[in-house]
Design a protein around this ligand. Sequence first.
Ligand code: SF4
Ligand code: SF4
Length: 315
Amino acid sequence: MPTTTFDVFRYQPDLKDVAYREDFTLEHDDELTILDAILRLQNEQDGTLAVRYSCRSAICGSCACKSNGKTVLACMTQVEDAKAEVGGERIAVDPIGNFKPLKDLIVDMDPFWDKFKSVKPYLIPDGPAPEKERIVPKEAMQKIYNEAKCILCAACYSECNSLAADPEFVGPAAFAWGYRFAADERDGDRKKRAKLYSGDHGVWDCTRCMYCNERCPKGVDPRDAIEKLGGIAFQEGVTSDKGARHAQAFLISMRTQGKLNETLLVPYTDPIGAQLDVPFALRMMRHGKAPSPFHPKIKQHGEVKKLLANVKETI
Ligand code: SF4
Ligand code: SF4
């Protein structure tokens, strides 16, 4: 039988002011999950070990935690697989990231729920209610199939770099829900939603690190939803904030020159801020640290234009 040492994050504010780590060792069969291991430790070794869980079937989303630094659902991760990933007989178990720990593996989820509520995660129908029901073609629902799979486990939120830098960032899960309703053809508030999701701490503040897609246990791909919300903002004409202008500058640069004109990105994205930075930019140019804004078109400019047209057709 395998033996595993669990190096567990402990925080017991009633007993001690500071967090600490504690090793527990278990002999177990090959199929033990991390959640089962934690529950065995709780039953057999330390009844004060606190963990949140419910369904034990990867449905309720409540047992997310970190295993060797990666956020997982504890109930769908086998101990032997987690060990094989890093090599060795130890597993570090921590609470999910970007949250304040309350006790051991339990965190304060309030900010997550507040942001979830802030995106209006419900249908806001257009026009009077139908007599019976609104029929939606299957193909229309297919567009939001991925996002509708979200179980609100917060694994994506735990891994999000933008949230680590800006705790007010709305976050990947809430935006996945935002897209789920913004793209629902029964919803009548698309433009208002596009405005709500843009601006400070909004969709354009995502760093595109893709960790949310990588760690989501349900294949929701929240980063893709954020990208599609950016597309909806453009379709609805919500393009005045810096993030949208930055994206537009990319597009203009590709259309006109076939490559990225980095020097023009700054004034296009932030015209006022860029004026203040002109002396600095000129000094950089003089020292060869910034490319000239006057690029010639690349030779394959025609090919780039064709590519852009293809992309436009597919979205
Ligand atoms: S998007 Fe995925 S990782 Fe994020 S809350 Fe939903 S199911 Fe969990
Ligand atoms: S891609 Fe964006 S939303 Fe997803 S984890 Fe990275 S910064 Fe956060």
